[in-house]
Design a protein around this ligand. Structure first.
Ligand code: EPZ
Length: 418
């Protein structure tokens, strides 16, 4: 197991450069297999999810050249093999190989475990869409066999603006016969990143970033190239750290347009920021106003940011609330924040946070990726030493975490124990 040890309450100054977006990279790598030639993907984040996806590419016989952060893939000798349990159970985004293999070979066999600590996270919208495109789906002990004699376009209406379903159905539709329209599609920037990538190969996708996406199927996809967009969730995590302990901390390589909702909440509580076109300089204050946040689909306040943001709310004067509307349970970090001195009353969907409270270091455990990120934020603010167990969760989504934070003055170390 890995742990993160932090000696907190050190002022952080200097520059942190945001990496490529995890939630783009984990979709772009499976999307690449639709290509009939070679692709180049730049700005790949150095996170464990990336390496878990490389293991899947290997069994598919995809030739890979990874010279950080540039990934080159040769798809000419790809083989359609089963994406087995040991490979796909490492990350949920392995479900993108369903749409990609179905789109490429008209057949996909992918082991896919349901659920995780933030919720049951079914994939019924994905499956319903594949079926509307003419696929049959057999599920046996979490193994999905999806195949279509004739994979054709369809008119698909998503009951909920699901990011994963939107991406997976784009992957399946890119080479289907005819036209697919996805109504009530998710609008996240990562979806635009995937569409841009596929269009660079000659795909015909329009409307990505809006609630209506049209895909005209094509037969062949030539050489493609794309750059992974900056990670908006990592951006916000470091801005929150800056609001907690920053001293002119510069968060660089950001796209302000992607973070408007959470940025407006930071401004509401009174953060001290200087915004330039691709970076923000932020300094900590100790008189923040309370506020309420409600998580929504993009462009609303992102559910992935609510957990780190709740640490900042422990430093705001008065009562703040967090209303989680996307998942069943994103409160895994709350008992540990209270152990560190916070005053949070919560249930699975809501938290009531009374501040400001002094945080002190403690032994805590990461229950999921963003809960772990929240505990890193709390540890950097707290007086004394914090040890975060099950740190692997955090390393899935935050590349070069120790280097980035040490370079700006944090006392942080990632260690392997037992
Ligand atoms: C993506 O998950 C992200 N993951 C999540 O980030 C993010 O929180 C989420 O989008 C919402 O923005 C990746 O992109 C790899 P959804 P995804 O499909 O695609 C329900 C992180 O920390 N649902 O929009 O799984 C589902 O249960 C992760 O980086 C169905 O019911 O999200 C959930 O309650 C966490 N049926 C809600 O919709 C379906 O078929 C949102 O799911 C699909 C989803």
């Amino acid at each position: 197991m890995k742990i993160i040890e932090i000696q907190g309450n050190k002022p952080l100054s200097g520059t942190i450069k945001v990496s490529g977006a995890k939630n783009s990279a984990v979709a772009l790598i499976p999307a690449a297999i639709l290509c009939d030639e070679e692709v180049v993907i730049e700005n790949i984040p150095d996170i464990s999810d990336t390496y878990d996806l490389f293991n899947i590419l290997e069994v598919l016989n995809v030739k890979k050249e990874y010279d950080k952060p540039i990934l080159k893939l040769d798809l000419r000798n790809i083989r359609n093999t089963i994406v087995d349990k040991d490979l796909s159970s490492k990350l949920r985004a392995s479900y993108y190989f369903m749409g990609a293999l179905l789109g490429k070979f008209k057949k996909a066999v992918v082991y896919f475990p349901g659920g995780c600590s933030i919720g049951s996270r079914p994939i019924d919208y994905h499956i319903k869409g594949f079926k509307q495109m003419g696929a049959t789906v057999e599920i046996e002990n979490d193994k999905y066999t999806i195949s279509a004699k004739n994979l054709h376009g369809a008119n698909i209406y998503l009951d909920f603006e699901s990011v994963g379903a939107t991406v997976n159905l784009i992957l399946a539709a890119t080479k289907a016969e005819g036209t697919t329209i996805i109504h009530n599609a998710a609008r996240e920037p990562e979806i635009v990143n995937v569409a841009t990538f596929l269009n660079s190969m000659g795909a015909k996708i329009t409307g990505a970033g809006t609630n209506e996406i049209k895909i005209i199927g094509v037969k062949y996809l030539k050489k493609g190239q794309v750059e992974v967009i900056p990670d908006r969730i990592e951006t916000l995590t470091y801005l929150i750290i800056g609001a907690l302990v920053g001293k002119n901390l510069k968060i660089d390589n950001i796209i302000p347009a992607h973070i408007q909702a959470p940025l407006s909440k930071l401004i509401d509580i009174g953060v001290d920021i200087k915004q330039n076109n691709n970076n923000i300089i932020i300094s900590a204050k100790n008189d923040y106003n309370s506020t309420d946040i409600k998580t929504l689909v993009y462009p609303g306040f992102p559910t992935d940011v609510a957990q780190p943001f709740s640490v900042l709310l422990t430093q705001c004067k008065g009562i703040s609330h967090v209303y989680e509307t996307i998942y069943e349970n994103r409160m895994g970090h709350m008992p540990y924040l209270n152990k560190m001195g916070a005053n949070v009353q919560y249930n699975l969907k809501e938290a009531k946070i009374k501040g400001p409270t002094k945080l002190k270091g403690a032994e805590v455990t990461a229950t999921d990726l963003r809960a772990g990120a929240a505990l890193v934020c709390a540890g950097l603010k707290a007086e004394g030493k914090t040890v975060i167990f099950d740190a692997e969760h955090v390393l899935r989504g935050y590349g070069d975490l120790e280097t980035k934070l040490t370079n700006v003055g944090a006392k942080i170390a990632i260690k392997k124990i037992k």
